[in-house]
Structure formats: C-alpha cells, structure tokens
Design a protein around this ligand. Structure first.
Ligand code: TYM
Length: 473
C-alpha cells in the first residue's frame, strides 16, 4: 500500500481514510487468525499504523473503530488557496475583487447551504410572516440545518437563538447591527429565548486592553444591543468575564469542548501559531459553549439538548464548524446557523469595516454631519468621472458602496430596483445616490441614538442578570 503519511494525506477525504484504516485493521486480524507469516503480519501492521497516523493528521483525532468522522468539513480556508481567492475568518475578510467576496464560492468552500427561494417560502409558510428584507435581498444568504429548526418549530419543539459581539471599542458600526436587527426579527417571529454573548475575554486576549476596559466596553456595547429593541423578558445578555464565574454549566461545557478539539485542529481552523498565548488557543471553546443549552440552567432548567440557532455574519462560521463537529461527540445537537454577507467598508467591498478606522464605516455614535461628510468623501463610487460620461454609460451598482449600503437599509424592494435601474442607465448621478443614502442613514442612526439614551443602567443590569426567562422549561 502506498505510504500516505506525507502531505498527500491532507487531500484525502477523512471518511475514505477512515474506511481504509478499518479495512486494513480487518486485514491484520484475518492474517493473524490465519497464522500468516511474521513478515506478512509485520508489513500489514506497519501499514495500519501509518494509516492511523494519517487519519490523526487529517482529522486531529485518534481513529476509533465504529466511530467515523462526523460532519467533517475542511476546517481551514485552505492552505493551498489560490492567490485570487477570498480570505474569510473571524479576523480577516479580504478579496481582490472590487465587487467584494464571491459568496457563491464561499458556500462551496465552507460547505454550507444556500438560502434559496424554497427555504424562504418555507419560512413564510411556517411562520405566517413576510420574510425579512435581509432574506428577500440575499443579505442572509447561507445556512446550516435551518430546515431542522423549521421542523422543530412545526412540531412545537423548543429551540433558542444565540448570537454575540466582541466588544473591542465603545462604538459599534452599522455592520455590527446586521445580525442584531435580524436576530430581533427572528425572536419576534418564532417567540424563542435569546442569549447574547459579549466576548470581553476574547478582546482582552487579542487587543491591547485591560480586563477592566474590555468589561466596560461589553457593558457599553450591551446598551447598543438593547437599543435594537430586544424583549427583556426573553433575552439574556452576558459578559464572559462575568458569567463564567457564575455558571458551572457553562464552564463544564467549555471543558467538554476543550477535551474534544486538538491543538492541530485549532491551528488548522484559526491559523494559531506556536507563539500565540494559550488563552487564544483555548478561546474557541468559550464561543462554542453557548450553543449548548445546558450552559444556561436558569433558562432551560432540566430540559436537555434544546437545539440552538445562531445568526451571524459568515466570518464567525469557523467557530461553529468546530462546534458542530464536537457537538455529537459530547452528546448535544449540532447548532443550526444563518449567515449574512458583509457590510463593506466605505472605501470599497474588498475588505470589511474596521472599528479602529473611523473613516472605514458609519458608527452608531456619528452625528448627521459626520455621516454626510464620510459618505460624500469616502464612499467608493461606481459612477463615471464626468456627468456627461455617466449620463452616457451609466454607473456600476456592483462596485458602488452607496448602492450596497442602500440594499442593507432601504426596505422598499421596488424603490431599490428603480434606483438600480436609474443609476445603471445614467439617469441617477453619484451625488444623488449618495444623497439618498445620507437621507436614509441619518434618521436611522439618530433614532438608534435616541433609543440608546433611553436604556437605563437598571435595564442593562436586568438584561445581564442570569435568570429564568418568560418560557417554561
Ligand atoms: P464581532 O464583534 O466582530 O461582530 C459582531 C457580529 O457582527 C457581525 N459583523 C458584521 N456583519 C456584517 N457586516 C460587517 N461588516 C460585520 N462585522 C461584523 C459578526 O459576524 C458578528 O455576528 N467573536 C465574535 C463575538 C461572538 C459571536 C458569537 C458572534 C461571540 N459569540 C455568536 C456571532 C455569534 C465577534 O468578535 O463578533
């Protein structure tokens, strides 16, 4: 048998490899039973050991008879990624294409499923509600096991929502609002409990922040999240630094995940290196654990294995591919996911907005004047250089950031389509398109700021207190 212990083994499907180990194991057993020659047995055993080693290299786990690798999707962005391919992980979202990330390709590479019309229609049928604008316009474009959630809902089985935020600074940008706006809609439509994790520990580990500052940002960000309109009776928001010490159930799940993921695996998924601190290496287990309902005993009481649905942008998927891989091995259901695309940086769709670059985005703290200046000055335009040329050839919505932003926030599908036509045929100029965006965003941000002002310290405390929610488990 060919020696597949070298790098070639990386390209072998883990399931094929599992079967090859099993077959080779059987061969060794029958050679021994037949009392074959020592040489023959030694050669077969050597081959078996080599296959087992390859299996461990590929999956990060020891081979166990009758226990094939479950839900094994490639866990990295592909080390052999072509230079022109997009890169997406929790810290970097990059592409060389002015139109932004190729999400169709990403679906294939990440092994998730497209949210197609059939699924959108099913959501409408099952809930009796018009699908959210983010579903209709393809902003939420990918999922894992959403049909299972709909089956559960139809059969009156409970599920819960889980999302989160890494509080890296006081101000969140409009991109961060996307999953929260959508989660609020899901909570209203399905009437289910929601947990929101604030990973202040993650930000302490990754950024130049003190523990105290990271916690302070968590509380400030909680105010912005609450201002999105979540129901206080159905929502628990927690800071890791605070909740971990209060919930043995949460910590037990973290440790269970830690036991089932190897250093090799997290290196493959997250690109950690030997010089990363051990806090980073073990952090993914902390983001995984809220996907298991026993992390919240006050909410779910004795009810075991309540399934979880996680709405997030697709950059967070590596955490949850890992979580889904571990779940059945520790006796829990795999969480389902709904993924959104990225809100691009003002400068263009090649990268995501950054909280540390104030000009890369519109922040929830921006004044009407700042919004106007940033859009006029920085929003990348798909228009032509002169009015004459623009009228003649029209603009390109595929790369125009103002148009992209309007697709996120203008809920009127017909108006959006008219605007696209007018811009593409040159009737609408770049300045006019930018004005429409400014007039859409200014009242939206002002309304958010007003709602945030109304969030009291008592409300934050209540949201962040571990407690029973308005559901009987
Ligand atoms: P964070 O703080 O980077 O992002 C918070 C949420 O916003 C999404 N997001 C975006 N969505 C659209 N366009 C953008 N430009 C954009 N930038 C960020 C993220 O995908 C995320 O959903 N480690 C996480 C916190 C976390 C979490 C979770 C997120 C903990 N548990 C469960 C989602 C689900 C983080 O730092 O997110």
């Amino acid at each position: 048998m060919a020696d597949i212990q070298n790098c070639d083994s990386c390209s072998i499907n883990p399931l094929d490899l599992f079967e090859r180990v099993t077959t080779q194991g059987e061969k060794v057993r029958s050679l021994k039973a037949e009392k074959a020659s020592k040489d023959e047995i030694d050669t077969a055993v050597k081959s078996l050991l080599s296959l087992k080693l390859s299996y461990k290299t590929v999956t990060g786990q020891d081979y166990k008879a009758n226990s094939p690798p479950i839900d094994f999707t490639p866990m990295n962005n592909g080390s052999a990624m072509a230079e022109d391919e997009d890169f997406v992980d929790p810290w970097t979202v990059q592409t060389s294409n002015a139109k932004g990330i190729d999400y169709d390709k990403l679906l294939v590479r990440f092994g998730s499923s497209k949210i197609d019309n059939e699924l959108i229609n099913r959501i409408e049928r099952v809930t009796g509600k018009k699908p959210h604008h983010f579903l209709r316009t393809g902003i939420f474009f990918s999922h894992r096991d959403m049909n299972q959630i709909l089956d559960a809902y139809e059969n009156k089985k409970p599920f819960y929502l889980y999302t989160g935020r890494g509080p890296s600074s006081e101000a969140m940008h409009v991109g961060h609002l996307i999953p929260f706006i959508f989660t609020k809609w899901l909570q209203e439509v399905f009437n289910v409990p929601l947990v929101i994790q604030l990973t202040d520990d993650e930000k302490y580990l990754w950024k130049d922040l003190t523990i105290e500052k990271a916690y302070q940002y968590a509380v400030e960000n909680a105010k912005d999240i609450i201002a999105c309109g979540f129901d206080i009776n159905k929502t628990f928001i927690f800071s890791d630094l605070d909740y971990l010490g209060k919930s043995p159930g949460f910590y037990k799940n973290i440790v269970k995940v830690q036991k089932h993921v190897t250093f090799n695996q997290v290196k493959g998924i997250f690109g950690f290196s030997d010089s990363d601190c051990i806090g980073k290496i073990s952090f993914p287990a902390i983001q995984a654990a809220p996907a298991f309902s026993s992390s919240f005993p006050l909410i779910f009481k004795e009810t075991k294995g309540v399934q979880c649905l996680i709405p997030c942008a697709i950059d967070q998927d590596p955490y949850f591919r890992m979580t889904r891989d571990v779940a059945p091995r520790i006796g829990y259901p795999k969480p389902a996911l709904l993924h959104s695309i990225f809100f691009p940086a003002l400068q263009g769709a090649q990268t995501k907005m950054s909280a540390s670059d104030p000009n890369s985005s519109i922040f929830l703290t921006d004044t009407p004047k700042q919004i106007k200046t940033k859009i006029n000055k920085h929003a990348f335009s798909g228009g032509k250089d002169t009015v004459e040329e623009h009228r003649k050839y029209g603009g390109n919505c595929d790369v125009d950031v103002s148009y992209m932003y309007l697709t996120f926030f203008l809920e009127d599908d017909d108006k959006l389509e008219q605007m696209k036509q007018a811009y593409t045929n040159g009737a609408l100029l770049t300045g006019e398109l930018k004005k429409l965006l400014i007039e859409t965003l200014q009242p939206l941000i002002a309304a958010h700021q007003q709602r945030r002002k109304e969030v009291t310290e008592e409300m934050v405390k209540e949201f962040m207190t571990p407690r029973k929610l308005a559901f009987d488990f």
